[in-house]
Each structure stands twice: as structure tokens, then as C-alpha cells.
Design a protein around this ligand. Structure first.
Ligand code: ATP
Length: 256
């Protein structure tokens, strides 16, 4: 039991959820390493949703609301960390949900679909034979997607994705929204809209923005004026400034 007063309570709780996800067969072992990399960047960001991430969340909400065929891609870590918000977002947009795994196994697909359904999801695409279409330029199991889901989508939300698939989806002409704590990853650099934030903070905010922006006349303008390279540059500057302040405070007081 982690006491709620622990300074790293939230982070430790999330780590526990991912570890439990491995035990339940929802998260692959490699998901632990991915989570650790995310934690490291979250430490640098200060475990908050930085202003540039909020701009990306606003643009992501606009893209999802304006989409003709929006799809939310779910992997093991996302299912373990934010299953309820995935379902809420899918309802709010509305969007389809697809299980999309880097390390595919029928058993894990079914477990993730079951978990999402337990949280209120209706149909969950991408399980077993449903993943019958292929993303060009990718190899092996990683190329399989649902014909009625990611394959057909114009806008895909990929909270936690790898660079190759993000690039391949972009080449298919899709708008790709990534949530990735690492602003330097290939995923972050090649997505159309990159939310540099923890999925556990970004997903509830995305639901909030979708509900607030639905039907608003400024949606197209939000999207038209959005510049992802600029947002990524602003994230790097945000981290840089924060580290500068921390360094200064260390010089000044001798402690953080
Ligand atoms: P790429 O192929 O895009 O360069 P990578 O090889 O660095 O990616 P992977 O191991 O495929 O990364 O995926 C892990 C990514 O997910 C990391 O960039 C990490 O920062 C991010 N990540 C992990 N946990 C979270 C989380 N809870 N919220 C947001 N991002 C996360």
C-alpha cells in the first residue's frame, strides 16, 4: 500500500497499475520499459500539463470533432492506465475504439477488449480476424488493423505509439494525434498533433475539451492555425526553462 501522503503517490500508483496490467496479461513486458521512459520525461516536465500540451489538446479535440471516421487506438499501457477515459472519449466524440498492439497476441487483444467493455465500451475493433486489413510499408503483426477502424479512419488518436506506425499512418494520409511524454521521439516528431503529456492527465482533459468545443464555430480555425513543430519547440523550451530555474535555485539555496 502506498500512503496518499507520499510525494510520489500518483506516479507510484500509475506504476502499480502498469505492473498489475502485466500480471493480468493486458500489458506486455516491454510496456514496463516504455512506462519508465515516460516517467523520466514526466519528471523533467514537472508532472503537469504544460501550456503547449493544452494547445495540442485543443487542436486534437477539434480534429476529432471534425473527423468523418475518428478512431481511438488502444494498447496495453493505455488500457491499464485510462480505460474509463478511453470509453468516455469514444462516447463524447463519438469515435470507434480499436485494440492495436505492437506485440500482438489473440489472448491479450481479448483481455484488453474485455477490460474496455467492463468500463462501458460497446464494440471494440481489432480483435482476432477483425484486424484483417494491412498498413502498407510495415512488417509482420504490426501491420494488421481493422478494416472498419484504423484502416478506414481519417483521424486516429494513438496514445502511445511507435514511430514506424505513426509515419506509416501519416503516409496513408491520416491525421495522427499522438500522446507521448517524450517530445523527441519519432512518434512525437512525425504525428500531426503531438500532446506531450501523461496519458493519465491528457485523456480526461481531451474529454473535457471535446465536450466544451462540440458544435463551436471556431473548430476549423483552431485546426487551421495549429502548428505542431512550434508546439514541440515550445515544449522543449518549457522543459529548458524549468531546468534552468531548478539549477538556479540549487545555486541559490544549496538544495532543490
Ligand atoms: P519512437 O519509435 O516514437 O521513437 P520510442 O522507441 O522512444 O518511440 P516506445 O518504447 O515505442 O518509444 O514507446 C514509449 C513511448 O511512450 C516513450 O516515448 C514514452 O515517453 C511514452 N510514454 C510512456 N508512458 C507514457 C504515458 N503514461 N503517457 C504518455 N507517454 C508515455
Amino acid at each position: 500500500m502506498i500512503p496518499p501522503t507520499h510525494p510520489r503517490y500518483r506516479s507510484l500508483l500509475e506504476r502499480e497499475k502498469v505492473v498489475e496490467g502485466v500480471g493480468e496479461g493486458v500489458v506486455a513486458m516491454q510496456g514496463l520499459i516504455a512506462h519508465g521512459r515516460g516517467e523520466c520525461f514526466d519528471y523533467l516536465i514537472g508532472e503537469v500539463t504544460a501550456p503547449p500540451a493544452l494547445r495540442a489538446i485543443e487542436a486534437a479535440a477539434a480534429a476529432l470533432l471534425l473527423a468523418k471516421w475518428p478512431v481511438i487506438s488502444v494498447n496495453g499501457n493505455v488500457a491499464a492506465l485510462t480505460p474509463g477515459e478511453v470509453v468516455q472519449l469514444a462516447r463524447a466524440v463519438p469515435a470507434r475504439i480499436e485494440v492495436n498492439l505492437f506485440y500482438r497476441s489473440r489472448e491479450r487483444e481479448e483481455k484488453i477488449a474485455h477490460l474496455l467493455k467492463k468500463h462501458g465500451a460497446g464494440e471494440v475493433l481489432g480483435v482476432g480476424e477483425d484486424a484483417g486489413c494491412t498498413i502498407p510499408e510495415l512488417h509482420s503483426e504490426r501491420r494488421r488493423v481493422s478494416c472498419e477502424g484504423i484502416y478506414k479512419a481519417d483521424v486516429v488518436l494513438v496514445p502511445l505509439e511507435d514511430g514506424d506506425r505513426t509515419e506509416a499512418l501519416r503516409k496513408m494520409g491520416k491525421t495522427v494525434i499522438a500522446i507521448d511524454l517524450n517530445p523527441l521521439s519519432r512518434t512525437a516528431q512525425s504525428a500531426s498533433i503531438t500532446i506531450v503529456d501523461n496519458v493519465t492527465r491528457a485523456m480526461p482533459k481531451l474529454v473535457e475539451y471535446v465536450n466544451a468545443l462540440r458544435g463551436k464555430p471556431q473548430l476549423a480555425e483552431v485546426l487551421r492555425t495549429y502548428d505542431n513543430r512550434r508546439v514541440l519547440a515550445d515544449v522543449l523550451e518549457y522543459i529548458n526553462a524549468r531546468l534552468g530555474e531548478l539549477a538556479n535555485s540549487l545555486r541559490g539555496t544549496g538544495r532543490l
